[in-house]
Design a protein around this ligand. Structure first.
Ligand code: NAI
Ligand code: 15L
Length: 269
């Protein structure tokens, strides 16, 4: 595969999309932007809903790859998740298949495996092959996205790197985030590796910096050429002084997904 140059960034108006709009052009990408809502300072951004297959097909036409960030990024009523994350991601893949786009980088989430017990000291890191254990309808939609990516690889030869992102924000803001934080600069490094590595088929990787408190194994990400440069540890003293260490007997702390596992218990109908 030739190195991608023109890349569709869905969800460009969101938090992560905004960070990536700043960082990815330095790697030589020309970004085409898409979002439901207006993208600040980007009058050429495509305003489209993932629910509109024709619009999504027009948006992917001619790009070399897609970074698919658009969707609902927290727990929500099932019907909303269904429309944006499940049907929407299906439309993205179907559009990419119809238009011959060879690769997608899919923003999956730690919440696809949120009910996985958080490893204690000395226990093995969570491998990329660990079974899906979603903690929410939101996490379930990310399981669907990963399986959809596998189907489109096996059946249509469309490649994907599914990135189970931990928490990508400018700084970690909780003790839980110390373990799964991904600095924006490392996120851009990882997306660049996912766009350019050869022969990825469908590869699942964890998306985080090289944190001292890492719960998962970054081996599959490193195999793509990802070389994280950041660690959340410089933020640890302040956060621990404020909140203390995670209590493994607290159900909120016992699993990787944290409060997504316990709150809300189930979205009210
Ligand atoms: P965000 O909520 O800030 O941005 C999502 C964007 O998607 C919004 O701009 C929204 O308008 C757009 N969108 C929603 N529904 C849409 C639709 N039907 N059609 C077109 N656009 C639509 O979320 P954030 O934090 O930027 O996350 C981006 C992606 O990464 C999401 O898929 C999220 O699930 C995933 N992710 C993010 C993490 C993080 O730490 N920021 C952690 C794990 C996963
Ligand atoms: C996610 O999947 C969310 O999109 C993000 O907003 C954070 O809540 C993150 O997980 C997390 O687990 O911290």
């Amino acid at each position: 595969m030739a190195a991608p140059r023109t890349v569709l960034l869905t969800g460009a108006a969101g938090g992560l999309g905004t960070l990536m709009r700043d960082l990815l052009p330095a790697y030589g990408y020309e970004l085409r932007l898409l979002d439901l809502t207006p993208v600040a300072d980007a009058p050429d951004a495509i305003a489209a809903d993932l629910g509109d297959l024709d619009a999504v097909r027009a948006a992917v036409r001619g790009v070399d790859a897609v970074i698919h960030l658009a969707g609902i990024s927290l727990e929500a009523p099932f019907d909303d998740i269904l429309r944006a994350n499940i049907t929407g991601t299906y439309h993205l893949y179907e559009a990419a298949r119809q238009e011959g786009v060879p690769r997608v980088v899919f923003a999956s989430s730690n919440h696809a495996i949120g009910f996985t017990p958080r490893p204690g000291g000395g226990e093995p890191l969570i491998p990329a092959g660990t079974p899906h254990r979603p903690d929410t309808f939101y996490g379930l939609s990310k399981c669907f996205g990963e399986d959809l990516a596998q189907l489109y690889w096996d059946k249509h030869g469309l490649e994907t790197v599914s990135v189970r992102i931990g928490s990508c924000f400018p700084e970690p803001t909780s003790v839980r985030m110390l373990s799964i934080w991904m600095s924006p600069a490392d996120c851009a490094r990882l997306f660049h590796a996912a766009l350019t590595a050869s022969g990825v088929g469908h590869t699942v990787v964890y998306g985080s910096s090289a944190n001292t408190r890492l719960p998962w194994d970054l081996a599959s990400a490193r195999a793509l050429g990802y070389d994280p440069q950041d660690d959340s540890e410089p933020y640890a003293a302040k956060l621990l002084a404020e909140h203390g260490e995670l209590d493994p007997d607290n159900p909120e702390h016992a699993h990787l997904g944290g409060h997504f596992c316990t709150n809300p218990p189930m979205w009210p109908r």
